[in-house]
Design a binder for this molecule. Structure first.
Ligand code: ZN
Length: 290
């Protein structure tokens, strides 16, 4: 499942294709994936793209007239760019591309020089084989920011020790469960929870309220560091993650614990433990994490 670094990689690779360009057509192949009204207008048709936003694992596109769509990639969703308009389908004709649910036609502004090259025109495609993803529509971006996104905790890239302390000091939950709670901090999933806890030297099953202030601080630093490095490497590709230019991420090669149960700890050489914790496969080192 794409976590913060993967979604941020999609956002960054989409930006050069979309910013300040116009949406000149929308095709909806599967209206069920749309939360809201599946009308072309609500899907930003004829809008000019102002910015691409992200909070946690959610991505949003806002137009200058303040409409917005929010895209949640779910388990296997992909939002990507296809250069050129050579194969633009119409809603009524042509075969439906595999697992493609929504497609937007993007064209340059008249002032932009796209003369004959077609480099600025293309399709923005939402594809989702397993259909856990979602496109939500907002007639006013403020509703997205002030309602839907306000239910999320602070973005994990910007988490401060004070915020994490508030969430940990009274709970009996395991620290890993706290990290996965999107209301506490937004963006961390199974991969980056395990990686951050390893870097901070904290056992995933540790009861959150027993952490010392210095450990909470170390954990915040570790979360930001792990996410920052993962973004720099374009995210982690386990099976099928690809950015908007259809390139896989390179961070999986740097995972210290995730997916390495039974292998040697990179720090002490001991065998990494793998167990199910709160229904999630969890890997840690019994020696290095306390
Ligand atoms: Zn170790």
């Amino acid at each position: 499942m794409p976590e913060l670094p993967e979604v941020e990689s999609v956002r960054r690779t989409l930006e050069p294709h979309l910013l300040d360009r116009w949406i000149r057509g929308v095709w909806v192949y599967r209206p069920e994936v749309i939360n809201g009204i599946p009308l072309a207008y609500d899907l930003l048709n004829q809008g000019r793209i102002k910015r691409l936003l992200r909070k946690g694992k959610q991505l949003a596109i806002e137009t200058y007239d303040r409409r917005a769509i929010c895209v949640h990639l779910g388990m296997s969703g992909q939002l990507y760019w296809q250069q050129g308009l050579g194969h633009t389908p119409t809603a009524s004709a042509g075969p439906r591309p595999d697992h493609v649910h929504v497609q937007w036609r993007i064209e340059p502004d008249e002032a932009e020089t796209d003369a004959g090259t077609g480099t600025a025109s293309g399709l923005l495609i939402f594809r989702d084989p397993r259909r856990f993803g979602e496109v939500a529509t907002f007639r006013d971006a403020r509703v997205l920011l002030e309602q839907r996104w306000s239910e999320l905790g602070p973005d994990a890239l910007e988490i401060e020790p004070a915020e994490l302390t508030r969430a940990t000091r009274t709970t009996r939950r395991a620290i890993k469960a706290v990290l996965l709670d999107q209301r506490v901090l937004a963006g961390v999933g199974n991969i980056y929870a395990d990686e951050s806890l390893f870097l901070a030297g904290i056992r995933p099953s540790r009861v959150a309220r027993t952490l010392k202030a210095t450990q909470v601080e170390a954990l915040c630093t570790a979360i930001r560091q792990v996410l920052g490095r993962a973004i720099a490497a374009g995210g982690s590709t386990l099976r099928d993650f690809k950015n908007a230019d259809e390139q896989p991420g390179r961070y999986a090669q740097h995972h210290q614990v995730y997916g390495r149960g039974g292998e040697a700890c990179v720090r002490c050489g001991g065998v990494l433990t793998v167990k199910t914790l709160g229904q999630r496969t969890t890997v840690w080192c019994k020696v290095c994490q306390r």
